[in-house]
Design a protein around this ligand. Structure first.
Ligand code: ATP
Ligand code: MG
Length: 1018
């Protein structure tokens, strides 16, 4: 969370009185007032918290504030009770130091509220969980129960604690609350029967009457009207801002949470009702024959109802209010009680009943919250009644103020004297600060020989007539010389004329001021006697709780010894408390009451000045300023901060003090901030400590990071090595596997190659062998054939054996075929025909079975011969043959003349026109190349006579010209020619059919070729 304020930032006045300049009582008060006016009710004196009661609710106790102060250094934020609670809780949790929170101040200064704030803060910041939350709730809910039964409205405080409370909260090693123990100190039981003007009885009476249902009230035989009950004062029966009815419900709920059973709650309420009923019992005198008055119960209705409530036999109780039995050794003497004594007995019973009920409640709560006996961390919270100065101060105020003296003393012990003595012990240069040590007042009260309490006990136990006056006389004698004791009749004649000091009073100069005590009732209250008849009557009750509360009423356990006096008991319990507190680390909250009006915004300077004085706050500041904020033995100091310096980290080998010196020098802490004692280092300023703590915190973070880093590195490295090792193993195994696989593959391949090779070799060998064998057999067969009958086998010649003897038929057949084929091929070779393609000769087929092969050979040979023949042709010859081929396709088998023309080469230009000068003219008339030039006879269709003509054929036309002259007779373009016809006979005629034109003359020309071969190209 963001730091919003610190002790130095945005501070109203000065947050820590140690920093106040100039320091005087006035500036101190001014600072307090200034802060109070700005709602800053908390101020520090070092580690002590001063709390000024605001008398109104301020928004500084919210859950957000709790979070803000959680785990923060004490001086880091503005002063708050939460800072002290946090510091105490963390020291308890982290450093295992038992803590006690000492809350002091006068009545109404805010001690109870402060204790509740501390408890609620601790409950908020400690651990959570079902069991822990239950314990927390029980601890917190014990407060409303105890407040209802132990608090009352006084003139100073509407919710004044009329008992002292010390609560040890026990924590486990994690700092989670486990439970606790509550000790209660001297309930102001006189209040049960009588309240000063303007005050009330204990809250529970009013709460019960206002809040209980009609049904409950009926069961308890009560009515709602307060005025019906003598023990309830009427002038302030209702208090502004106090809702008794609602509080009753809260108390019942709290009792349930703490663990009270329903019948227990009922018993408790019955007892409360019984006390109210008891108060209503009145007595009247009844004259006896011996002249003494004897008391009688006036109206027995209340007595009856009370007896019904508690299950007591009415007559027994009635008798106990009229007679008193005194036992001395074996004798029992019964004396009558007069009315005054009966009232005394009644009130004593009511007070005892109530105070014992209260103690039972505390015990019962303790039973619920107790923890098994093992060593725990403990935080004690002390909320004890504050110093009281009333108009009329009695035994209770004396006791209460004695307790406050003791608390002041422990404060002086632990803060002022102890601090100064420590400086001297440690050899630190120190100018003594004067302060008032109240040990002398404590001694006046508690000294075993001549202390006031010892004198009172002595008087109470002394035989003879003992009155309050005899007690005062004794004090006047014994304490007269004491400088803090004042009495009108003391031997010390100083006060003889002091009219402010009545004769029946004595005055003590307490640390908090002078208090005048009226001795009336001291002896009685100290004796705290309850007539045995009453306790026995209570014991006889048919009510389990009442029976428990009065064990001394058991006739079987009659104890003639006097019970310890109230003063003695209180002194003993205060002594135990002080010893307990001294074993713990103290945390102080000093509460200040700003005004007497219980009003907000009012700061009565004189009242506060008085409290500042008697609380010794100025001395506290002076000692604090002159002294050192922090001290610690060298060893733990070095241990705590050694990581801040290279020389001391991780180990310092020399003496711890030198180590601390090196450390502080290295950190450049100014010399004036430190003092080196014999066994401890003293740090003057809290900020220096804070600086060290901050550096340590940072350094711890760095160290934690380093540890994490090294650990992570180690972890990764270990893992890496493991992986590497595993990888090597895996790789080795894999390589082995791969090699095995490869080897297997190569091996099987090799085997296969080998087997193939071997197979091939074997087959080759087999073939060779077979061939060899066949050759041998062939040779044998041939030889056999050769020799006619003989066959040679491998086993040797077998003479005179017929052909085939020794061989299978099949083999013989094959051999025969082989021989025949050999013969055939050799014969064919000898009789091969000529290479002429037209040679039709081919040797005759020797064997029928070779018919197919013979024909095929002939065909192959012919093709081969043709190919050979063709391959010797030149291009020109090829062209000639192509023409011949074309002529063959046209004329072959269609013209009788054709076969004779085949052997004649086709010339085309038979007339050799270009060479013959005779045809020069003709030649020039035809532009194109002449394809055919020959002399033809043109047949005249009219007379059938022929006329010799020259026939010229070009690519585009044909020309007829006079043979003699060479003159062109006709030139016909080839497109005009529709067909050429020849006869099938062996003649040279051919007819040209021309397209039909207008002149019919040239429609057809029949010509006869002179050469006969000219017209038909072969
Ligand atoms: N921090 C606070 N905030 C608001 N009101 C407070 C605070 N402290 C005390 N008060 C008011 O002052 C009244 C008296 O306080 P509290 O009962 O704590 O006094 P006390 O010191 O315990 O007195 P006593 O010695 O009589 O028991 C409370 O009832 C409450 O009204
Ligand atoms: Mg209180």
């Amino acid at each position: 969370m963001e730091v919003k304020t610190s002790l130095l930032d945005n501070m109203i006045g000065v947050g820590d009185m140690v920093l106040l300049e100039p320091l005087s009582e006035d500036s101190f008060l001014e600072n307090l007032r200034n802060r109070f006016d700005h709602n800053e009710i908390y101020t520090y004196i070092g580690s002590v918290v001063i709390s000024v009661n605001p008398y109104r609710s301020l928004p500084i106790f919210t859950p957000e504030k709790v979070e803000e102060y959680r785990n923060r250094n004490f001086y880091e934020l503005s002063p708050h009770i939460y800072a002290l609670a946090d510091e105490a809780y963390r020291s308890l949790r982290d450093q295992d130091k038992d803590q006690c929170i000492l809350i002091t101040g006068e009545s109404g200064a805010g001690k109870t509220e402060a204790s509740k704030l501390v408890m609620s803060y601790v409950a908020a910041v400690c651990g959570k969980g079902q069991e822990v939350n239950k314990v927390k709730e029980q601890l917190l809910q014990s407060n409303p129960v105890l407040e209802a039964f132990g608090n009352a409205k006084t003139v100073r405080n509407d919710n004044s604690s009329r008992f002292g409370k010390y609560m040890d909260i026990e924590f486990d090693f994690k700092g989670d609350p486990l439970g606790g123990v509550i000790s209660n100190y001297l309930l102001e039981k006189s209040r049960v029967v009588k309240q000063p003007r303007g005050e009330r009885n204990f809250h529970i009476f009013y709460q019960l009457l206002s809040g209980a249902s009609e049904d409950t009230l009926k069961k308890l035989k009560l009515g709602r009207d307060f005025s019906k009950y003598n023990y309830l004062s009427l002038d302030s029966a209702t208090v502004n801002g106090l809702d008794d009815a609602a509080n009753f419900r809260t108390v019942r709920n709290a009792m349930q949470i703490v663990g009270f059973m329903e019948d227990e709650v009922q018993s408790v309420l019955e007892l409360v009702a019984a006390v109210l009923k008891l108060g209503n019992i009145e007595f009247k005198p009844e004259s006896r024959c011996n002249g003494f008055d004897e008391s009688r119960v006036k109206d027995k209705n209340d007595l009856k109802e009370m007896c019904e409530l508690l299950g007591i036999e009415q007559s027994v109780l009635e008798r106990a209010f009229s007679y008193r039995t005194v036992e001395a050794k074996m004798e029992k003497v019964s004396t009558t009680l007069n009315v005054a004594q009966a009232y005394y007995a009644r009130d004593a019973l009511a007070k005892n009943l109530y105070s014992r009920l209260f103690s039972w409640l505390v015990t019962r709560i303790n039973e619920s919250i107790k923890v098994a006996k093992t060593r725990h961390k403990v935080m004690g919270v002390l909320d004890i009644y504050g110093f009281e100065i009333f108009e009329d101060n009695s035994f209770e105020q004396f006791i209460i103020n004695y307790c406050n003296e003791k608390l002041q003393q422990i404060f002086i012990e632990l803060t002022l004297r102890e601090e100064q003595e420590e400086y001297v012990r440690e050899g630190i240069e120190w100018t003594n600060i004067e302060y008032f040590n109240n040990a002398i007042i404590c001694d006046l009260i508690e000294n075993n020989q001549n202390g006031i309490l010892a004198m009172l006990d002595e008087e109470c136990l002394r035989p003879g007539t003992v009155t309050d006056d005899t007690f005062l006389d004794k004090l006047n004698t014994v304490c007269a010389e004491h400088q803090h004791f004042e009495s009108r009749l003391s031997k010390n004649s100083k006060f003889l004329t002091d009219h402010s000091l009545p004769h029946s009073c004595f005055r003590i100069q307490h640390y908090a001021g002078k208090v005048l005590y009226r001795v009336e009732g001291f002896v009685d209250k100290n004796n705290d006697l309850l007539y045995r008849d009453l306790s026995q009557a209570m014991y006889k009750a048919n009510h389990s709780l009442i029976k428990q509360l009065f064990p001394e009423g058991n006739p079987a356990k009659v104890n003639l010894k006097r019970p310890p006096t109230a003063g003695f008991q209180f002194k003993a319990s205060v002594g135990t408390l002080m010893r307990n507190l001294q074993t713990k680390n103290p945390n102080y909250i000093r509460c200040i009451k700003p005004n007497d009006k219980k009003a907000a915004h009012i700061f009565t300077e004189s009242l506060v000045r008085h409290q500042v004085r008697y609380l010794g706050l100025m001395e506290n500041v002076r000692v604090r300023r002159a002294g050192y904020a922090f001290r610690q033995p060298y060893e733990p100091c070095l241990e705590r901060y050694k990581m801040l310096c290279k020389q001391t980290w991780p180990h310092w080998r020399g003496p711890a003090r030198e180590g601390v010196e090196v450390l502080m020098a290295d950190l450049q802490v100014p010399a004036e901030e430190l003092s080196y004692g014999r066994s401890k280092i003293f740090i003057r300023n809290p900020r220096t400590l804070f600086f060290l703590e901050e550096r340590r915190r940072q350094c711890l973070q760095d160290l934690a990071t380093l540890i994490q880093k090294i650990y992570r590195g180690w972890k990764c490295r270990t893992q890496f090595l493991l992986l590497k090792k595993s990888q090597v193993v895996v790789a080795a195994w894999y390589r082995r596997f791969a090699q095995q696989k490869k080897y297997q593959k190569i091996k099987s391949a090799t085997i296969m190659v080998q087997s193939f090779t071997r197979g091939w070799k074997a087959r080759k060998l087999l073939r060779e062998l077979k061939y060899q064998k066949r050759c041998e057999e062939a040779v044998t067969t041939i030889a056999a054939f050769w020799h006619g009958t003989q066959v040679i086998t491998r086993r040797g010649p077998a003479r005179h054996r017929p052909l085939g003897t020794g061989l299978s038929c099949h083999t013989v057949l094959i051999l025969r075929v082989c021989v025949q084929m050999q013969k055939y091929f050799l014969g064919l070779k000898k009789n091969m025909p000529s290479m002429s393609p037209i040679d039709k000769n081919w040797p005759a087929r020797p064997y029928l079975f070779l018919d197919g092969a013979h024909r095929e050979l002939r065909r192959i040979f012919h093709h081969w011969r043709c190919k050979k023949y063709r391959s010797q042709f030149t291009e020109e010859k090829k062209a000639v043959y192509e023409e011949k081929l074309e002529a063959s396709e046209i004329f072959k088998d269609k013209k009788a003349l054709y076969p004779s023309s085949v052997s004649q080469p086709f010339k085309g230009d038979y007339l050799e026109i270009s060479k013959n000068p005779k045809y020069q003219k003709l030649h020039s008339a035809v532009d194109e190349k002449v394809l055919l030039a020959d002399v033809v006879n043109k047949i005249n269709r009219a007379n059938g006579k022929g006329a010799a003509r020259i026939f010229l054929l070009t690519k585009n036309s044909f020309v007829l010209a006079d043979q003699k002259t060479g003159q062109v007779k006709a030139s016909v373009p080839l497109p005009d020619l529709t067909s050429v016809s020849v006869s099938t006979q062996s003649d040279g005629f051919f007819a040209l059919k021309l397209k039909e034109v207008r002149e019919p003359r040239t429609a057809r020309a029949v010509m006869s070729s002179v050469s006969g071969a000219t017209a038909i190209r072969g």
